[in-house]
Design a protein around this ligand. Structure first.
Ligand code: BTN
Length: 261
């Protein structure tokens, strides 16, 4: 089922998220289009969805495979203390998506710190929240999500490393329905987070669904490569690692690979 504005709008129960919605066949990156929209005066909840991206980007400017079949979207948030919430919002989106996939499709999706969702060790989704750079303007966040839904073929470098919901379930899924469920739940949880009624960084599901915690891993960060065991995801969203040298280190970024015991 193709993306349809009508279907999405009919399903939305949100008060602001996705109420302004643009859908494209092909874009460079949905993130760029939200940035453009901000310059044109778009407000909180502005959403851009694309069938395909030519320049989809992930962390550290890496490319994000974005051929047709996946769900690629970015939306604008204007929380009061945007700078402190980058991790919180990313983890919130991850929790909402995990919950949705687990409850609707009974798939054991897990979160790999800091921003990937995995199924049986393969990449299923990536989330990225970026913050505005201009200190003279009201801060904003843009949250981007790439979810592998109906893809069946991968480029060589992703073969055996990525999977899609279709690959796991053996059937095509309706992108509209998935998107609507995600947006409806995300807005509800986001509003609860803003009211202080929930905190994704202290949510027990973060531990329950973490494929990183308790694992022996290799972490490649800007400061170097370290080996150790993942001990905790802190209230700030960082990862505490007990190194093989007996030292505790806190990481705010890095690429994690799990090492077999
Ligand atoms: C990551 O794992 O590094 C995060 C990947 C985020 C990809 C999404 S796809 C929609 C949005 N547009 C982009 O260019 N990137 C994000």
């Amino acid at each position: 089922m193709q993306l349809s504005k009508k279907k999405i709008q009919e399903g939305l129960t949100t008060s602001f998220l996705g109420q302004r919605l643009l859908i494209y066949k092909v874009v460079d990156s949905t993130n760029h289009l939200v940035q453009k929209g901000i310059k044109a005066g778009e407000g909180e909840g502005f959403l851009v969805v694309a069938k395909e991206q030519l320049l989809g980007r992930g962390r550290h400017g890496r490319s994000w495979y974005s051929r047709a079949g996946g769900l690629y979207l970015s939306f604008l948030l204007r929380p009061p203390i945007a700078g402190d919430l980058i991790y919180g919002i990313t983890f919130l989106a991850a929790l909402v998506l995990i919950q949705l996939i687990r409850s609707q499709y009974s798939l054991p999706v897990m979160m790999k710190w800091p921003n990937d969702l995995q199924l049986k060790g393969k990449k299923l989704a990536g989330l990225l929240t970026i913050i505005s750079k201009d200190p003279n303007k009201d801060p904003y966040l843009i949250t981007g999500l790439g979810l592998n839904v109906n893809q069946r073929e991968w480029p060589k470098e992703l073969e055996g490393r990525a999977t899609s919901l279709q690959e796991e379930l053996g059937r095509q899924l309706d992108l509209n329905q998935l998107l609507v469920s995600f947006l409806n739940s995300f807005e509800e949880e986001y509003l609860a987070f803003m009211k202080g009624e929930m905190d994704p960084l202290q949510d027990p599901r973060l531990i329950q669904y973490s494929s990183t915690l308790g694992q022996d891993l290799l972490i490649r960060s800007k400061t170097g490569e370290y080996q150790g065991r993942a001990i905790e995801i802190t209230k700030r969203g960082s990862l505490m690692v007990l190194g093989t040298d007996g030292q505790y280190r806190e990481f705010f970024e890095g690429d994690v690979s799990i090492r077999r015991r």
